[in-house]
Structure formats: C-alpha cells, structure tokens
Design a protein around this ligand. Structure first.
Ligand code: ADP
Length: 268
C-alpha cells in the first residue's frame, strides 16, 4: 500500500520542480487494522454480558421479582455475567499495561516457594475438583525474573491446567536450567488441544469451541497475555498436546535478564 504526496518547489518565477513522494504505509495500515479488530472484538465481548445483565434486570423490575424462583435464577445469571465482565476488563487492562509499561524488572526468586505460594491461591478450585498439583522444581533453584510478570504467566497456565481438566486430574510444575536459558513447564493430563487449534489458542479472544470449553468461564485473552509477557521477558512459549491425554506448556527464558530496575517485591 502506497501513500503519496505531490510537492511543488518553486525554482524560479516560471519554473516549478514537481516532486512526488511515495511512502510505503503497508505496516501502518496493518497496525491500524489490528487496532480496529481489537476494539471491535472487545466491544462485542463486552456487549454480551451487558445485554444479559440489562435484559434480566429489566425483566425483574417489570414484575418477575415477585416470583421467588425467577428472582433467584435471574439474580444468579446477573451475578455470573457481572463476574465475566470483571474478568474481561481485568484481561483487557493487563493487555493495555503490557504496551504502556514495557519496563522489565529483575527480581531474585527462589522458584519452589514462589510456586507453592501461587498453588495456595488455587486451593478452592483444587479442593472442589480434587486436582493434584505436583511441584517438581528443585528446592534450591533460584532465578532472576520479573516477579509480577512471571507470576501472571504461572497463574494463567496453572488456571488453564486445572480448568480444562477432569475432576481428580493432575498438574505437574517442573523446571530445568541450561547454560544460557531455563525452562518452566506446566503439564496436565486434562482434555488436551487438537492439532489445528494449537497455534490459535495464543490469539486474542480465541477459545476452543466445544460444549465442554463453553461450560468453563473464560475470555480467550489469558494465553495472549501470557505470550506477550513471556516475549516482554525475552522468552518463548510453546505447547505440545494430545486430545484426551493432556497438554504441556513450556516457557523458555534467558537466565540473565537485562537489568533495569528492581521492582521492590520481596519474597516472603
Ligand atoms: P480462556 O481460558 O479464557 O478461554 P486462554 O487464552 O487462556 O483463554 O485459552 C484459550 C483456549 O485454549 C481455551 O479456551 C481452552 O480451550 C484452550 N486451553 C488453554 N489451556 C489449555 C489446557 N491446559 N488444556 C486444554 N485446553 C487448553
């Protein structure tokens, strides 16, 4: 795609130099299109819960509230949709923060207790589904990483491994150090991801469209945020998976993070 400008430069009273300037604006147009797509996706995703909340609250106000069964059922839907809205707004804010605050922190972390602390926050879900989580990281393993960004990554991968898994399923967290990089793996024996979906799950708003996935709440933004955080930390993420067997997400990060600033977060 080319944009052009014509410039007339007077050389003398009777002569003009005509300059035609051509710019390649392909990349600009693509970015513009991506932003338009993003805004239209966000608006669509926001509208769905808002429509439900508006509709059900109106029905209640118009008299349905007098019926105790309807009252309870509709309030439950309104509550669920509000929670969806909250999750969506949080994900969108995370995405906005990545571009706004690209600064990378370098924090010294002892990985095993760091993970134990995150696992604790999932206790209600783990207990409900009786999922077993194995922290197989060597107890003495220390790393330098952006405390909050990496926490977000672990949180999302762990949440998916629990969510897209049958009750009594298992999740394994492990880590390996190489000469210049280190690896963090989240493996589960859950539902798995089909070959043709595997690359798409990192796209914004992409959710695998099965009735089982639909039953679990989600925005389809989780893994796109994870991918952007990993890239911000100079790393990569890949997934191997088999339907009905399980999935394994591998995050590879540089051992030495470019030092910019300590985030001030101290490990308990
Ligand atoms: P969300 O979980 O909000 O739908 P994500 O971006 O985190 O969005 O994930 C995108 C899709 O990838 C999910 O809808 C789910 O179908 C699939 N997925 C992610 N992690 C796993 C996993 N560990 N096992 C099976 N499917 C997964």
């Amino acid at each position: 795609i080319v944009d052009s400008h014509i410039v007339f430069v007077p050389v003398s009273h009777h002569h003009f130099l005509v300059m035609v300037l051509l710019y390649d604006i392909t990349e600009l147009k693509e970015i513009e299109q991506m932003q338009l797509d993003f805004v239209s996706n966000v608006s669509h995703e926001l509208k769905t819960p808002i429509t439900a909340i508006t509709g059900f609250s109106e029905t209640l106000l118009n008299g349905a509230a007098d019926d105790p069964t309807a009252l309870k059922e509709f309030l439950k839907i309104i509550h669920q949709e509000s929670q969806k809205l909250t999750a969506l707004v949080e994900d969108i804010l995370s995405l906005a923060r990545i571009s706004a605050n690209a600064e990378l922190k370098t924090d010294q972390i002892s990985l095993f207790p760091y993970l134990q602390e995150i696992i604790q926050t999932f206790k209600p879900e783990i207990d409900k589904k009786q999922i077993r989580i194995f922290n197989e990281v060597p107890p003495a393993f220390k790393i330098v990483v952006d405390y909050n960004k990496f926490r977000h990554v672990v949180n999302n991968l762990l949440q998916n491994a629990i969510k897209y898994n049958d009750p009594t399923g298992s999740v394994w967290l492990s880590s390996t150090q190489f000469s210049k990089t280190w690896e963090f793996k989240v493996r589960d024996n859950g539902w798995g991801i089909a070959n043709d979906q595997r690359e798409r799950i990192f796209e914004r708003f992409y959710r695998i469209d099965t009735s089982r996935s639909k039953q679990t709440g989600g925005t389809g933004l989780g893994l796109s945020v994870v991918k952007e955080y990993v890239a911000a930390m100079g790393g990569t993420i890949k997934v191997t998976s088999q339907v009905g067997v399980g999935s394994e997400f591998t995050v590879t990060l540089p051992l030495i993070q470019k030092r910019k600033q300590d985030s001030g977060v101290k490990q308990a």
